[in-house]
Design a protein around this ligand. Structure first.
Ligand code: S3P
Length: 199
């Protein structure tokens, strides 16, 4: 393995400090990663595994929405409807992006967040890597049916398949697409890290 010597960098008026290039590169690598994709894609579970792997904090945008609103996602949909949920989602996303890049992290976005045109523009302006976790829609459906999680937009299989088809093009705007079909959480997290050059 190549042994790189420390480089001298200026840290203040007249002062020079030796910085190990490996440490410097590591700091440079600390970029926020957004995991996007449909319901059941594994954004939260892969996000947790990836954050562990990268040594970065993990955040679920839906959790931030729930804290800000003082209600569960299901309650927001039921009491105020999808439009109000989208407004709350955008406000939470804007707040989160405002905290970057000072505090990089791994973020799982809710299934609809990346496909809202206003949000996509905000994300494109942010200094983040977006990764689309994909799987065949039948597998996504099966995963959602096995989970306990309340999903207001998982009404019936027909509507689920149509929504997936309508959104797919938008998810493809992410910087990277990772196929998750038949893979376990750790394998997907490792693949994401490697594909981003962080493995
Ligand atoms: C939504 C997906 C949910 C949640 C909300 C809306 C969607 O998140 O944000 O119910 O529009 O697909 P998950 O993708 O984590 O289930």
């Amino acid at each position: 393995m190549q042994n790189r010597k420390s480089e001298s960098v200026k840290t203040g008026p007249g002062s020079r400090t030796a910085v190990n290039p490996r440490v410097r590169d590591r700091v440079r690598e600390q970029r926020t990663v957004f995991l996007v994709g449909f319901m059941g894609a594994g954004k939260t579970s892969v996000g947790r595994a990836l954050s562990h792997r990268l040594g970065l904090p993990f955040e679920d945008l839906d959790d931030r929405i729930q804290k800000r609103e003082g209600k569960t996602i299901e309650q927001i949909f039921r009491e105020s409807g999808e439009n109000e949920f989208r407004k709350a989602e955008m406000a939470a996303l804007r707040e989160l992006l405002g905290e970057l890049p000072r505090s990089p992290r791994v973020v799982a976005l809710g299934g609809g967040a990346f496909v809202q045109p206003g949000n996509a523009a905000l994300i494109e302006e942010g200094d983040v890597d977006s990764v689309f976790l994909d799987a065949p829609v039948e597998e996504l459906l099966r995963r959602c049916e096995q989970e306990q999680k309340e999903r207001p937009l998982r009404r019936n299989p027909k509507q689920f398949r149509e929504l997936y088809a309508n959104r797919h093009q938008s998810y493809m705007r992410a910087a990277l697409r990772i196929e998750t079909s038949g893979k376990d959480v750790e394998t997907v997290a490792a693949e994401v890290a490697c594909s981003l050059g962080l493995g």
